[in-house]
Design a protein around this ligand. Structure first.
Ligand SMILES: C[S@@+](CC[C@H](N)C(=O)[O-])C[C@H]1O[C@@H](n2cnc3c(N)ncnc32)[C@H](O)[C@@H]1O
Length: 370
């Protein structure tokens, strides 16, 4: 009698590969993060000091507050519509939204106009958001397409880096897509996964941008069809119904080569294929490709602007000074550390960037001028 197969995502993926053959890196990433039962985001809240990683809203309340004020200001630039959808994609613990709404309440007419919509696929994080935002009227959605019509202010912080990427690798014989295969292991041994290249370079090669076709052997190009589809949808929605979207993430101005796929567990890097479902998987965002997709949808695009510059222009230094006034010495030190983490050039200030997608004709919103 053979032992029952282990109920791990590695085992499930190995079974799938045995039937279908090797899968794309994007398919692997989608399963590792979003498998309904064993996917990383589906089964747990991974944020914070006790989790695997920390994000800007969890570092300082000033981050969400300034975004709330940015939304209030952008709403006025939109002509102060009596109803506006305040939409967050991938809201984590709900911290950014809580801080944003509290800060936006300084403009009561804006506070009355907003309807809060969260696009979140993780049941574990939805439960966390429900607790954080218990005092607010919130509607949850599985995808952006479900958010009702109307002008919208949308925020996506560290959302696009969680969306699957395909990887295509240059070899001396041309471009080939990277795939995930199962390793041959003795009967009864734990299954293991490994990277391989597609047998015939046809599927992936067509995804390589013309500017990168002559990159040297060993180069890797990443493309995120899921991100581009959402950016196009955002652009089309903003063009048709008005509003603006603020996208903040770590990334680069493409086209560029580079293998940026990484796994993080307990605040440290882990091998990408070692523990699907138990480590966060991300890839850097190609802001140029995102901007082009949003423009294709019909939106105007501003930025990207480094996070440090955007937050400084929006007044994070002054806001931190105000918070410091009532603080103990220990709290003041923590506030200074948080400020440096968010805007410091060697920390999140430069690697993280902000892109604004806007309804045509709105003009550059606060922080994106110049
Ligand atoms: C890295 S966390 C960022 C959380 C939050 N924005 C923050 O800054 O703390 C990614 C978030 O996106 C959500 N997410 C990942 N893939 C998603 C998808 N395809 N649709 C909607 N939400 C998704 C995750 O559940 C999580 O809330």
């Amino acid at each position: 009698m053979t032992a029952p197969a282990a109920d791990t995502l590695t085992a499930a993926l190995a079974r799938r590969i045995a039937v279908e053959g090797p899968i794309t890196v994007a398919a692997y990433m989608a399963e590792a993060l979003g498998h309904p039962r064993l996917g990383y985001y589906m089964k747990q809240d991974p944020l914070g000091a006790g989790g695997d990683f920390t994000t800007a809203p969890e570092i300082s309340q000033a981050f969400g507050e300034l975004i709330g004020l940015w939304c209030a200001d952008t709403w006025q630039r939109l002509g102060a519509p009596p109803l506006v959808r305040l939409v967050e994609l991938g809201p984590g613990r709900g911290t950014l939204m809580a801080d944003a709404v509290r800060a936006a309440s300084v403009l009561p007419v804006f506070r009355q106009a907003i309807r809060i919509h969260l696009v979140e696929t993780s049941p574990a994080l939805r439960a966390r958001q429900r607790a954080t935002l218990a005092d607010l009227d919130v509607t949850w959605h599985d995808s952006l397409d479900e958010v009702p019509d109307g002008p919208a202010l949308m925020v996506a912080n560290e959302f696009f880096d969680a969306l699957p990427v395909r990887q295509i690798q240059r070899t001396p014989h041309g471009w080939f897509e990277r795939l995930v295969d199962r390793e041959e292991t003795p009967d009864g041994a734990e299954p293991r996964l490994r990277f391989v290249l597609e047998a015939f370079g046809s599927a992936g090669a067509s995804l390589v941008p013309p500017a990168l076709r002559d990159a040297p052997p060993g180069s890797v190009v990443e493309v995120s069809p899921a991100s581009l589809a959402i950016a196009r949808t955002l652009g089309a929605r903003l063009a048709a119904q008005g509003g603006a979207a603020l996208v903040i993430d770590y990334g680069y101005a493409g086209p560029a080569v580079g293998d940026t796929l990484q796994a993080v567990r307990r605040h440290a890097y882990a091998p990408v294929l070692e523990s699907p479902g138990d480590a966060d998987l991300t890839a850097h965002v190609d802001f140029t490709a995102l901007a082009a997709a949003a423009r294709e949808g019909g939106a105007d695009v501003f930025g990207p602007v480094p996070q440090g510059i955007l937050l400084t222009r929006l007044g994070i230094v002054q806001r931190t000074d105000v918070l410091r006034r009532g603080a103990t010495r220990t709290q003041a030190t923590a506030l200074d550390t948080a400020l440096e983490r968010l805007i410091g050039a060697n920390q999140m200030g430069t690697l993280f960037k902000a892109l604004c997608l806007a309804a045509p004709g709105l003009g550059a919103p606060a922080g994106f001028e110049g």
